[in-house]
Design a binder for this molecule. Structure first.
Ligand SMILES: *[C@@H]1O[C@H](CO)[C@@H](O)[C@H](O)[C@H]1NC(C)=O
Ligand SMILES: *[C@@H]1O[C@H](CO)[C@@H](O)[C@H](O)[C@H]1NC(C)=O
Length: 430
């Protein structure tokens, strides 16, 4: 990334690269020993296909914040007996993976907190989930019992390499049942550049993207939940995440069609127009990606420059001065250190994204959706140049702009929705 000082991981948009022969030759040795003496698996309480066809939902508490942590995570159990793993919630990537004791190079957790592939099974290369991870590249399995390897390269230049396994993934359902299905996920044993941008405490990533490989797609394929992902990230930290349709409000949501094109595997919507203080800025016709795996919002250079100019122009004559702060590239200080974004609300105007498609749909970006107040009491712009960050012309709406909103990715109805919400409270959607 252009800015090495940002805390937390920055962008999660990923590409997958698959490696075969070499990887499997290596792996065979690693896993052979650990798979000996594996106890028989048991405990499936949820039948793969729900009788009524409606399924239930999974509801998980979220912890984390935009600043200073830079990520939001959930804790899930994996294995039998289940072991707890804290995973970064990521709607910008598909593959769920955990740091894996295979053994691992580059893992950040102590060995006893790594996932041990003892009872897990290798996902065969010919499994549809493995094919989905390859997509849109053609999927070829050379040998009969070939395993499914993966490499994920994140936009912040971190990468993880490993093998796909399937293991017991117990999840409590809101109807009171326990789902103990085997789900496929990555056992990552070679992590690179998981440096300044990677949360050191998380064990991996919960991939909630739209491909068949994501956890939500897998659960929906088994009839356990609907293929709907929702998150509510509180600006005060914490929040909640759900998989399934039980918490989708019947009214009050703003829905925008989810773009469907073969080259964009991400949750995106558009075309959008940028408004500032309710007025057009002249910037329009761009698409945006909703990515909970990105801490900040990234706009392609032209849109970013417009945003920066508008904010700066708006600040002229006001008592804020440019200041250097390690947190982010663009910061200002006041006469006294600020305590929260509330203290600077009067200095900044609101942005909005107006989705110019069918109806006039807006995503409001008030000052707290694009500014942070740092430990030093400065206020910094939480919108960054995606072009400088290596994202090309993509525009990525990250956690900072998704805070205090219930955001729903409804894959069943191909739409993305949002509504202001107090994310510290559990919603009742039924
Ligand atoms: C399932 O496995 C767990 C631990 O591996 C064991 O305690 C439990 O008794 C088993 N349950 C059944 C129904 O076999
Ligand atoms: C809860 O939902 C799951 C998944 O659809 C289903 O298999 C299970 O039978 C349901 N449990 C109850 C108590 O309704």
């Amino acid at each position: 990334m252009a800015d090495q000082k940002m805390k937390g991981r920055t962008v999660s948009l990923m590409t997958m690269v698959f490696i075969f022969q070499v990887l499997f030759a290596l792996l065979h040795g690693c896993f052979a020993a650990s798979r000996k003496g594996q106890p028989p698996r048991n405990g499936t309480t949820v039948h793969p296909t729900a009788v009524n066809g409606f399924g239930s939902s999974v509801f998980l508490s979220v912890s984390g914040n935009v600043y200073p942590l830079g990520y939001y995570s959930v804790t899930v159990g994996i294995g039998n007996p289940p072991k707890a793993f804290q995973l970064d919630i990521d709607t910008g990537s598909d593959l769920t993976w955990v740091q894996c004791d295979a053994p691992c190079t580059g893992c950040s957790l102590p060995r006893d907190r790594l996932y041990k592939p003892v009872n897990s099974k290798f996902l065969p290369c010919k499994d549809p989930v493995c094919a989905a991870l390859h997509s849109p590249k053609p999927h070829q399995c050379k040998k009969l019992n070939e395993k499914c390897g993966f490499q994920v390269d994140y936009a912040d230049h971190g990468s993880v390499l490993g093998v796909i396994v399937s293991d017991n993934f117990p999840l409590s359902l809101v109807n009171g049942s326990l789902s103990s299905s085997f789900l496929a996920f990555g056992c990552g044993y070679r992590l690179q550049n998981r440096g300044p941008h990677t949360p050191p405490t998380t064990a991996g990533v919960l991939g909630l993207g739209k491909s068949k490989a994501s956890i939500s797609s897998q659960l929906s394929g088994m009839g356990i939940t609907k293929n709907v992902v929702g998150h509510c990230l509180s600006g005060q930290g914490g929040g909640f995440l759900f998989l399934g349709a039980d918490f989708v409000p019947k009214s009050g949501m703003t829905w925008s069609p989810m773009l469907q094109n073969s080259f964009d595997k991400h949750y995106s919507s558009g075309p959008a127009e940028l408004l500032f203080g309710g007025k057009p800025t002249g910037v329009k016709g761009f698409n945006v990606i909703f990515d909970s795996g990105s801490t900040y919002t990234y706009l392609s250079s032209k849109i970013y420059q417009t945003v920066l100019n508008l904010v700066k122009k708006d600040l002229s004559g006001k008592q804020l001065q440019d200041v250097k702060d390690n947190a982010l590239p663009i910061c200002w200080k006041g006469a006294r250190p600020f305590k929260s974004v509330q203290d600077v609300r009067n200095y900044f105007n609101s942005f909005a994204l107006s989705f110019t498609g069918a109806r006039n749909i807006q995503l409001h970006l008030p000052p707290e959706a694009y500014l942070i107040v740092t430990e030093k009491g400065n206020v910094c712009l939480g919108i960054l140049s995606g072009t400088e960050a290596g994202l090309g012309t993509s525009n990525v709406i990250g956690d900072i702009s998704l805070q205090n909103q219930l955001v729903i990715y409804d894959n069943d109805n191909q739409r993305i929705g949002w509504a202001s919400a107090d994310c510290t409270r559990k919603l009742r959607g039924l």
